[in-house]
Design a protein around this ligand. Structure first.
Ligand code: HEC
Length: 503
């Protein structure tokens, strides 16, 4: 009996976590797209209907999907030829995302540059080198930006950097001083670190020598960039968890060499940390305060000052910041790109720039890093849908959202008419037995269920992509036990059922 109860409790807890909403005291609240956080991105990119419905960019900007289907996508860097280097951190891979040479509005494809790396994240390109930061090392390899090709071997030029733990990602960038900067997040939510380099920033000579610790007390500064006019270095920082929905704020910090930024003894405007702040008055008094607070748990990651991108005057001098979005909040928050503008009085204002990833607590994407393309557009990586978004000024007129996705051929073209009707019938029966309609058909929906009407699935899906979706369904859709044949029949049925009349 007790075993039975335990099993029921465990199963409901797992179901609750996977369906992203756990009823716990506020400070322990979990409300996030957990499956994608645990297993990497495998969610389909939003359809053009969903994009039209949900997404907003400022007037005069156009929005499109530049690349899709890149699982585990994280950081992004532009090459001089207009391609992009991207890291697929969980997959251990560095890839080239090719520029749109054929003019269809989308990347021409991806190729693998490096594999078998240890959580590669940060990317920098300089003097014919591609630099990659793994979780515990800095390495580089010869890279020809015009051809997008590597030569020679990937050499680790700085090793022994403390890696792994909660905040394993290492971001790198060359500063105006010609030194290579690296952020090293903390190993934990809140703790006293053993390695003093954790929760801080380092810098190196271009050959990896001369490691120097330049800032401490930064819990997890995933993104940083230099303000073009002043040369000042600004870094985002993720505030600690488990202190409630609205505290502490995440931070933008102006990084000064030797600066201490408060973690783990103080949060936000040097407010004493309840767990580690006792008796730490001197340390707290020496901490630098944030230049700007972001919402609690918003998780600011990439930051990019506007340099060469085409923008209206109102955005000149601004920085764009990707708010990856909360997990430790009863209601989700963040999940958008904001612009920061520096006011004459020194204050910083935060304004929405690109929204729609989160609507009514439902997530369809999570922005990570922002770069400028050589075409004057912004490109934004999204590790939830495995996409790169393109936001371009002056291409589509006033805020009209345009989609680059060209229609592809009929995904069922390879199947004979008789096979097709057999598979459709089989798929329809499976749709019935698994009661898919309880979530997907308003007429048959169970009470209280938010119905997700299945509309045209082609061209976002073909048979293989639908089969993959059944392996990792988007929450709250459950995982069904389906054989390979079942998955194929269901996929054919769904594509047939939702086909547009033109096929
Ligand atoms: C408990 C409710 C539920 C059940 C049962 C369910 N789904 Fe879903 N399904 C969803 C939700 C919700 C989404 C959308 C999730 C999102 O986009 O974040 C979805 C998404 C999908 C999509 C992708 C739609 C798109 O436009 O991106 C397909 C295809 C799909 N489901 C097929 C099925 C099939 C086939 C079954 C039965 C074997 C099934 N679903 C059962 C809730 C459910």
């Amino acid at each position: 009996m007790i075993r039975k109860i335990l099993i029921v409790v465990t199963v409901s807890l797992i179901t609750a976590i996977v369906s992203c909403n756990v009823l716990l005291p506020e400070r322990f609240a979990i409300n996030a797209p957990i499956a994608s956080m645990l297993f990497g991105s495998s969610n389909p990119a939003p359809s053009s209907d969903i994009i039209d419905e949900r997404f907003q960019v400022p007037e005069g900007f156009g929005l499109s999907l530049f690349a899709t289907g890149i699982d585990n996508l994280r950081w992004l860097h532009t090459t001089a030829a207009g391609d992009f280097v991207a890291t697929r951190s969980r997959a251990g891979e560095v890839i080239l995302v090719e520029r749109d040479a054929n003019g269809d509005g989308q990347s021409d494809g991806t190729t693998v540059l490096l594999s078998d790396l240890k959580q590669p994240h940060g990317i920098e390109i300089a003097d014919g080198w591609l630099y990659i930061a793994e979780t515990d090392a800095l390495g580089r390899v010869r890279f020809d930006e015009t051809t997008g090709e590597l030569s020679g071997s990937f050499d680790r030029i700085a090793t022994g950097i403390p890696g792994g733990g909660n905040h394993w990602s290492r971001t790198i960038a060359f500063g105006p001083d010609g030194l290579l900067y690296m952020s090293v997040g903390s190993s934990c939510n809140v703790c006293e670190e053993e390695d003093p380099r954790r929760a801080g920033m380092l810098r190196f000579n271009p050959d990896g020598s001369g490691e120097e610790r330049i800032a401490t007390g930064l819990r997890n500064s995933v993104g940083f960039d230099w303000q073009p006019d002043t040369g000042d270095l600004y870094a985002t920082d993720n505030g600690r968890d488990l202190l409630g929905d609205d505290f502490p704020p995440c931070e933008l910090n102006k990084i000064e060499v030797g600066g201490f930024y408060g973690w783990p003894v103080a949060n936000g405007d040097n407010i004493v940390d309840p767990d580690f702040g006792d008796g730490q008055e001197d340390r707290i008094a020496s901490a630098k305060r944030p230049a700007h607070p972001f919402g609690a748990h918003n998780a600011p990651l990439g930051i990019a000052f506007v340099k060469n991108a085409r923008v209206p005057d109102a955005l000149r001098g601004s920085a764009l910041v990707a708010l990856h979005g909360s997990w430790n909040r009863t209601r989700k928050d963040g999940y958008k790109v904001v612009s920061l503008s520096w006011q004459p009085d020194g204050s910083i204002t935060e304004t929405d720039f690109f929204t729609g990833f989160l609507v009514n607590d439902e997530v369809v994407g999570r922005p990570v890093q922002i770069v400028e393309g050589i075409d004057g557009a912004f490109y934004i990586s999204d590790d939830y849908s495995g996409s790169i978004w393109r936001v371009a000024y002056g291409e589509s007129g006033s805020g009209n959202i345009q989609l680059g996705a060209p229609p592809t051929g009929d995904p069922l073209a390879g199947i004979s008419a008789s096979d097709r009707s057999g598979l459709v019938a089989e798929g329809a029966a499976l749709y019935e037995t698994h009661r898919c309609a309880t979530c997907h058909d308003a007429a048959q929906a169970a009470p209280g269920v938010a119905v997700k009407t299945l509309v045209t699935l082609d061209p976002r899906f073909d048979i293989a992509k639908l089969e993959a979706l059944f392996n990792t369904p988007p929450p709250p859709m459950p995982i069904f036990s389906l054989s390979a044949e079942d998955k194929r029949a269901l996929s054919v049925y769904l594509l047939d059922m939702t086909a547009t009349p033109s096929h």
